[in-house]
Design a protein around this ligand. Structure first.
Ligand code: G4P
Length: 530
């Protein structure tokens, strides 16, 4: 493929993830996006948990019929001239380091907020990772068809709590619970159009839209329109108009009010993604040099999933392509070991269903089978050598000791823990007092512990005992502070495998007390530590 053709393919790509708290409507929005992109014909009244599987399997049928790739990790579809990759953030009960790692594979994020609940804890945590990595964020305020807060109050909360300036592109006409349509704001912040929605049965099909001129809108909707127009003016007065540069720099966030369930505002989100979200760009390598998208193939592994198929006991590594054209069958080099890796089995995956990928471009996500040597953060390349910086370890909040149930299995146990540590399934912490027989596991979400014990059992035949520890907060410290910290009540110091010294605290009061009483000690927060 010529460089120009490769650049064109890359420029068409939009790779993003949805960050949200459970129940904000991520699955419903995913379905609605697929519906709008005509990946699925009907959302089949399948909003909600019980029926979701059925919808997803519909996608599988669609995939076979139309060659669209769907996976539990990435949903790819075309919208207008763009190829959109929606990378899934596992974010429900299985909230884990994987959730954060996904954000290293995207170029933009959609922050999905429930109009009645506002910013919720998981959204805040994920937002901090986006901010840290400089990922631009588009905000969608969902469930506007239900009673909720006032539109500007929700925006104020975003400013006050996370210091992000919301710049609505569309304002709701009608208060929460009475969603009639959207006021589109022009580049000057003035009302430019009224998009009136019509409900469809159960929100199963695309909601018909009617475009009205501003002059007609006032007549049609009366007070609801006037209120929206006034809100638009107020926002302009405070400078809350879209600015592409500030958005890309992560200072402002375009906002869309929506109802994923009724498919209102979903087309507007797709347009915002295609028009405003960035296409894949060069990635900085360990030597601080950018790898241009038109260079020979390179990719970063951001997630490794083991044992998806118990019959095959395989391990799948998902990579995000950084540069070049990927062709299945290509032999690539694993930068960490210098060894060749054959990509004969390159897939998109959904559950047990898999389909082969033949070519892919920067921004795309591809799963590699039998990827035993690959760990999150690893680099693959051809021709021109490159290595990208490792994915940072994120602040753990759950801690437990683990030991082999029987002494006889100790050697296997140690080997297994080292292996899982290398794969970055969980963080492993050690200190002299506890010794090696019972290392401490540290996780972002408790599901990571279950993965560890299950894999120790099935892959290594080691039964283990896990005992939760009463620590809830970790801070980065250093060798100079370690001794004094370790002597404090409710504190314990460890070294993580990557050499970082961590102090664990029972609770935030303990941490506050020690910070105040012993201000000379080094204690730094670990949010997505670089
Ligand atoms: P999640 O993936 O973020 O956890 O959210 P999910 O899509 O499962 O949505 C959570 C609940 O919120 C679902 O209701 C879903 O129908 C509802 N929901 C999502 N978007 C909207 C929206 O725009 N408007 C309204 N009114 N509701 C929305 P549920 O009670 O779990 O299921 P069901 O009874 O609706 O089937």
């Amino acid at each position: 493929m010529s460089t120009a053709a490769l650049a064109t393919e890359t420029a068409r790509r939009r790779t993003f993830a949805v960050i949200s708290h459970p129940d904000a409507g991520k699955s419903t929005l995913t379905e609605a996006l697929a519906l709008h992109a005509r990946v699925i014909a009907e959302a089949g009244a399948i909003h909600g948990k019980a029926g979701r599987r059925a919808t997803v399997s519909d996608w599988m049928e669609m995939e076979k019929a139309r060659g669209i790739s769907v996976s539990s990790t990435a949903l790819q579809f075309e919208y207008e001239s763009c190829v959109i990759n929606l990378v899934d953030t596992p974010g429900h009960s299985d909230f884990s380091e994987d959730t954060y790692r996904v954000l290293t594979a995207v170029d933009a994020a959609v922050m999905l907020i429930d109009a009645a609940k506002g910013l919720e804890p998981q959204t805040l945590k994920l937002f901090q990772v986006c901010r840290h990595r400089g990922i631009p964020v588009i905000t969608v305020i969902n469930k506007w068809d239900r009673p909720g807060r006032a539109p500007l109050e929700l925006l104020d909360e975003i400013v006050d709590r996370i210091g992000l300036t919301p710049t609505p592109l569309y304002l709701p006409v009608g208060s929460a619970g009475d969603f009639r349509g959207l006021l589109r704001r022009g580049p000057d912040g003035l009302p430019a159009e009224y998009i009136r929605f019509t409900r469809t049965a159960g929100g199963a099909t695309i909601a018909p839209e009617e475009s009205l001129a501003v002059a007609d809108a006032a007549e049609r909707e009366d007070e609801a329109w006037t209120t929206a127009a006034e809100e638009s003016e107020l926002l302009s007065a405070t400078g809350q108009d879209h600015d592409q540069e500030l958005f890309l720099a992560g200072h402002t966030s375009p906002v869309i009010y929506a109802s994923a369930m009724l498919n209102f505002g979903v087309r507007q989100l797709l347009e915002t993604l295609t028009r405003l979200a960035p296409a894949p760009g060069p990635r900085i390598d360990v030597g601080d040099r950018p790898r241009p998208v038109t260079d020979p193939f390179s990719a970063v592994v951001f997630k490794v999933q083991a044992g998806m198929d118990s019959a095959h006991r395989d391990r799948l590594a998902f990579m995000r392509i950084v540069s070049g054209e990927f062709e299945r069958g290509m032999v690539v080099t694993h930068a960490q070991t210098g060894r060749p890796f054959a990509t004969k089995y390159a897939l998109t995956v959904f559950g047990r269903e898999r389909s082969t990928v033949d070519t892919a471009y920067p921004g795309d996500v591809v799963g590699l089978v039998n990827a035993t040597a690959l760990a999150p953060g690893d680099t693959l390349y051809v021709e021109r050598k490159v290595q990208f910086p490792p994915i940072p370890s994120f602040a753990p909040e759950h801690f437990a000791t683990i030991r082999a149930a029987s002494q006889g299995k100790y050697k296997q146990f140690r080997r297994a823990i080292d292996q899982l540590d290398a794969e970055r399934v969980v963080q492993v912490l050690r200190n002299d007092a506890r010794g090696d027989a019972a290392p401490v596991l540290a996780a972002v979400g408790p599901m990571q512990f279950e993965v560890v014990t299950a894999r120790l059992h099935t892959e290594f035949s080691v039964e283990t005992r896990l005992e939760p520890l009463a620590y809830t907060i970790a801070r980065r410290t250093d060798a100079g502070s370690a001794g004094e910290l370790d002597r404090q009540r409710g504190v314990e110091v460890f070294t993580r495998t990557d050499g970082v010294v961590l102090a664990l605290f029972s609770d935030k009061w303990r941490l506050q007390y020690i910070t105040k009483e012993l201000p000379h000690l080094t204690l730094e927060p670990l949010v997505a530590a670089a």
